[in-house]
Design a protein. Structure first.
Length: 156
């Protein structure tokens, strides 16, 4: 069952960029990660918006915190007024894999457009997605990167 309309899904996919994505696959959920980061910022008296801006600018222009599971999280100034703290996994961090953004978009699309379990690992389904949804050429095989991502994203 789809969680959002297709146009919304496709719009979000475009925000993954065209470079690389650091994909965290550890066991901590986003709320736990954010709570740990918040605690660290509160201790530094850098959690409130103005205090955070003053603190992060001194870090030139980002800072990396290690949290309890051993993963590193990069902190920088957010682009939105209400979301002034931007975080993402640190490069080469524990339980993080650096991927081409296109690979993540393709894997997410495979999952989104799958009608059944077999579609997740079907070359025909992959090529249908590439051609009809992502305007990409077909491939001869389902890469290990796609398989790995699908396993991580679907709890297989």
């Amino acid at each position: 069952m789809k969680q959002m309309p297709e146009p919304d899904f496709m719009s979000i996919l475009k925000k993954t960029g065209n470079s690389v994505t650091d994909f965290y696959y550890g066991t901590m959920d986003i709320n736990s990660i954010c709570n740990e980061l918040k605690t660290k910022l509160v201790r530094l008296k850098a959690y409130e918006k103005e205090a955070y801006y003053n603190w992060i600018i001194k870090q030139d222009p980002y800072f990396c915190f290690r949290i309890s599971d051993g993963s590193d999280w990069l902190m920088r100034k957010g682009n939105h007024n209400a979301r002034y703290i931007h975080i993402h996994p640190g490069k080469h961090s524990y339980k993080t894999k650096r991927l081409k953004s296109r690979s993540l978009r393709i894997a997410l699309s495979i999952i989104y457009f799958s009608k059944n379990e077999q579609d997740l690992f079907s070359l025909d389904h992959l090529n249908h997605i590439r051609k009809d949804k992502l305007d990409l050429p077909p491939v001869k095989a389902l890469s290990n990167t796609y398989k790995w991502l699908i396993f991580k994203l679907t709890d297989h």
